[in-house]
Design a binder for this molecule. Structure first.
Ligand code: AHG
Ligand code: MN
Ligand code: MN
Length: 332
């Protein structure tokens, strides 16, 4: 009889028994996995359910909220705040820190998350995801402050994402490589399907929203033009292009087969610092990519070294196959 694949929880127990993670982190990650399963369940019914479409409301970044942005946020809050191990939570969909209600036990962990990434893709049935970043405080705070959560990405104790695509997957790093788990609906659990993922250093796939070309810095235009000049150009070979408009889906492709993903600071978003949010998009993805042997930069510095100044701060993002990121940064 063949050995059944490890479940997500068995993986966490193994890491805990090996002394790699603490028991409270196991508890939190179990809550996160449960939240992701509940979100996947909402998504799978599509227009048959009552969860599709936009709301009247805007989030703190002035973006129209989709019903599912709010549903996914509520699911994360509900599933994680009962874990008893959290000091508080930060979300793309909430302006301020979410404090753990007084009647619930607290702990030393902080989770920062994008409950639904790529939400413009929901209504067209293209992959979306959830992204999370986890820090550990030295002690349980009375009230979680902004200073407590403005931490450099290098301090993360875990980061991951769920992708809701043809299958639902959970991709996790606790700082000991990257492992991926696929949802097995027959037992209602994630089971390990990928061990110690490694991103190839070289690639021929570039992901960038080329409709913004006219806003790019000259050096970025040169890098992209050189890459797409094909055999006749300075790079001497063909490159392919991808753009899904779900960061989770782009990073997942890079995790599976390599590539580079660029959302640069350009003339149109320079005043805001870029498009993607540091604490719950760039930083956790940077952690995962580095854990898989790739590179992650804002365009000027390592994402994990950025000293955060605000909960919803934005940065440029250049991440993926190490040699390609180096090439893009050299030109730009
Ligand atoms: P979110 O849905 O959480 O607001 O994030 C969307 C982000 C990211 O996932 C994606 O890479 C990017 O926005 C797409 O931007 P464009 O619409 O400019 O292509
Ligand atoms: Mn997002
Ligand atoms: Mn989002």
């Amino acid at each position: 009889m063949s050995t059944p694949t490890k479940t997500f929880m068995q993986h966490l127990f193994q890491q805990r028994h090996a002394g790699l993670i603490e028991r409270d982190l196991t508890t939190l990650l179990h809550s996160v996995a449960t939240a992701c399963k509940a979100i996947a369940n909402h998504l799978k019914n599509g227009d048959l359910g009552d969860a599709m479409g936009a709301l009247e409301s805007e989030n703190v970044q002035g973006e129209t909220q989709k019903k599912l942005d709010v549903i996914a946020n509520d699911i994360f809050l509900e599933r994680c705040q009962y874990s008893g191990v959290l000091a508080g939570m930060v979300s793309e969909e909430m302006e301020d820190i979410h404090q753990i209600p007084k009647n619930l036990p607290k702990g030393r962990y902080v989770i920062l998350f994008d409950p639904l990434d790529g939400s413009s893709n929901i209504d067209v049935d293209v992959s979306v995801g959830s992204i999370f970043s986890i820090f550990e405080l030295p002690e349980v705070p009375e009230k979680l402050t902004i200073e407590d959560v403005l931490r450099k990405g290098v301090e993360q104790v875990a980061a991951g994402y769920a992708i809701y695509g043809p299958s639902t997957m959970l991709v996790l790093s606790t700082g000991h490589g990257v492992n991926a788990f696929t949802f097995d609906g027959s037992i209602g659990e994630f089971r390990q399907t990928h061990e110690d993922l490694k991103i190839p250093a070289d690639t021929s796939e570039i992901a960038i929203n080329a409709s913004r070309r006219r806003h790019w810095d000259e050096s970025l235009r040169n890098y992209v033009d050189d890459s797409f000049a094909g055999e006749a150009g300075t790079r001497g070979r063909d490159f392919n292009m991808r753009w899904i408009a779900s960061m989770v889906a782009e990073v997942h492709r890079i995790m599976m087969r390599g590539g580079i993903f660029i959302y640069p600071v350009d003339d149109k978003n320079r005043a805001e610092g870029g498009k993607l949010r540091l604490l719950y998009e760039a930083s956790p993805m940077g952690f995962l990519v580095e854990q898989a042997g790739g590179a992650a930069s804002t365009g000027t510095e390592r994402i994990l070294e950025v000293d955060p100044t605000g909960l919803h701060q934005r940065v440029g993002v250049v991440l993926g196959s190490a040699n390609e990121v180096a090439c893009a940064l050299k030109v730009s």
